[in-house]
Design a protein around this ligand. Structure first.
Ligand code: GAP
Length: 458
């Protein structure tokens, strides 16, 4: 994680995001009734919908809007030699130290970010009683056993990145997809890392989901495609509502590069705890295909018919975290304002990311309004994801919908019963207009398809 350079107070604290997630059922601590298990989270209804929308937008950018990328869904469990070839067994480590006094374990290179076990807590090593061991390399992969016998022959690992599933399928995909470089293979899936330092809510957890795409290119074109994917990925975040001054690209220094990378730039977002990595875009060269070819004995190369020669493509990899992206979208969308003397909290999410696009609200539960509202709801939800919300006062329902980021509220009232119009309320401007209920679903679908700009940009 990069150092915090922001000195002004964040617009929203992580605690406020955590509270909203709990209050509105986006995210819960996992196994909460047993006291929780550190840095592991469960996603509730709106969290699932928001995450799915983030993933759908990624698929749209990778597959829906282009012809040069195909999809893959590889297994979490892979042959242990995959991790030998990829270098993860040897090199996917963090240096750690143990404190013989308090018994806690810390990242040796992040002691200034850690708190020791004493009260009042200080950084490890700052008390005279602290007794730190020498730094030792600690492998971050989760080890497990395949089959009933727990011996060294049955050891394998939960994948620490989805990328290797793509490299080991290179030949399969090349055969059926009939692509030639430049072309990509994309997948979304869970990854696992036994992180020593977790925290900042879902920013760094041990179980998380990645959206990774390996783009195979002729070696001499790698720098050009690296630049291209940095631009594309920055565009993805900003078109989905992240303000341009809250994201930046930062190139890794030589000492920071992963074992497979010749050049990496991180897209960083200004999270409440400071500028931190959102996505990494690496030039992996031919490291992975070469390694797997050597270990498996298979040829993992592309035969260029025009030149009459085979070569191992280089790989450009945009690798993003679903959970981190979701957190960034929520942080960027979070807002509060005072309306008629009352505080309003809302998520100004891009409508395509919003878990629910429209809420249909009968003003009162009588005079035929719920029945009419149900009819309108049936039309609207046939076109956009919608919710029927009849519980509590209208003000309370608007507040609930604002906090989950619903862009459009449709109120069914006495006038609806007379002239067939409803009130359409805009989440961001709070403007209310009378519109015909007839054909509303179709009109909202058209609104949803339009480009959107966050009102935070003025
Ligand atoms: N295949 C390359 C790779 O895995 P990475 O920078 O280690 O690169 C890519 O991970 C992205 O995955 C990160 O930018 C981040 O968004 C997400 N990620 C990595 N570790 C994570 C963790 N412990 N918790 C949540 N997200 C994580």
């Amino acid at each position: 994680m990069a150092e915090t350079t922001e000195t002004t107070a964040p617009e929203v604290t992580l605690d406020e995001i955590v509270a909203l997630c709990k209050r509105r059922g986006f995210i819960f601590p996992s196994s909460e009734i047993y006291g929780g298990i550190g840095s592991t989270y469960d996603y509730g209804h709106y969290g699932v919908l928001l995450r799915n929308n983030v993933k759908n937008e990624w698929w749209r950018a990778m597959i829906g809007e282009r012809d040069d990328i195909v999809a893959l869904d590889s297994a979490i469990l892979q042959h242990p030699r995959v991790w030998e070839a990829s270098g993860h067994l040897e090199g996917f480590t963090d240096p750690m130290v143990d404190c013989r006094t308090c018994g806690l374990r810390f990242r040796a290179d992040k002691l200034e970010d850690a708190q020791c076990g004493r009260k009042p807590s200080k950084h490890p090593g700052e008390f005279s009683e602290c007794d730190l061991t020498e730094a030792r390399e600690f492998n971050l992969m989760f080890e497990t056993h395949v089959g009933p016998v727990k011996d060294t022959g049955s050891i394998t690992y939960l994948r620490p990145e989805t990328a290797q599933g793509i490299f080991v399928n290179f030949k399969n995909v090349l055969q059926f997809a009939r692509k030639k470089p430049p072309f990509g293979i994309a997948q979304i899936g869970k990854s696992f890392r036994n992180e020593i330092t977790t925290g900042n809510f879902v920013f760094r957890t041990r179980e998380f989901e990645q959206m990774e795409m390996e783009y195979f290119v002729p070696p001499d074109e790698a720098p050009k495609w690296h630049e291209y994917w940095m631009d594309e990925r920055m565009r993805w975040y900003t078109e989905l509502g992240i303000r341009p001054d809250k994201v930046t690209l930062r190139a890794h220094g030589a000492e920071e590069l992963s074992h497979y990378s010749t050049a990496t730039s991180d897209i960083e977002y200004l999270f409440p705890m400071g500028w931190s990595e959102l996505e990494g875009i690496a030039n992996r060269g031919d490291f992975d295909l070469t390694q797997h070819a050597r270990m498996s004995g298979e040829k993992l190369e592309y035969f260029d018919q025009d030149k009459g020669e085979a070569y191992i493509p280089y790989v450009i990899e945009p690798a993003a975290g679903v959970d981190r992206a979701m957190l960034a979208f929520m942080v960027d969308a979070y807002d509060t304002e005072e309306v008629e003397g009352r505080k309003r909290t809302l998520l100004r999410l891009h409508p395509r990311l919003a878990p629910v696009k429209a809420a249909v609200l009968p003003l009162v539960s009588k005079d035929g309004m719920p029945e009419r509202a149900r009819e309108i709801y049936a039309d609207v939800r046939a076109h956009v994801p919608a919710e029927y919300d009849a519980g509590g006062s209208i003000g309370k329902r608007y507040r609930r919908q604002d906090e989950i980021g619903t862009p459009w509220g449709i109120t069914v009232d006495g006038e609806t019963m007379e002239d067939g119009t409803v009130t359409l309320r805009d989440r961001d401007s709070l403007e209310q207009e009378r519109v015909p209920a007839e054909g509303l679903g179709e009109r909202l679908a058209a609104k949803l398809a339009k480009p959107w700009r966050t009102p935070k940009l003025g």
